[in-house]
Design a protein around this ligand. Sequence first.
Ligand code: SF4
Length: 75
Amino acid sequence: MPCPSTVNIPECFAQLNYAAISGDVEYARFFYDGLLIESGYASLCVKCGACEEKCPPQGIRIRDVLTEVSTLFGR
Ligand code: SF4
């Protein structure tokens, strides 16, 4: 953060994690859709890699995870 394409990375990760832990995808989608109304959702990611360059110690493939998020929640 901040992402030049306005992706709210922490919230995208939070709702993906909630869905994975609880198994309740619809409840996670409710918050995902409610919190990320006009911007912030995962499909806005243009895969520039800027966030991964800023966060190398954790080695998280943020772009791949965001693809997973947009596939799960539909945007
Ligand atoms: S890879 Fe995606 S989430 Fe990361 S900074 Fe670029 S547009 Fe934003």
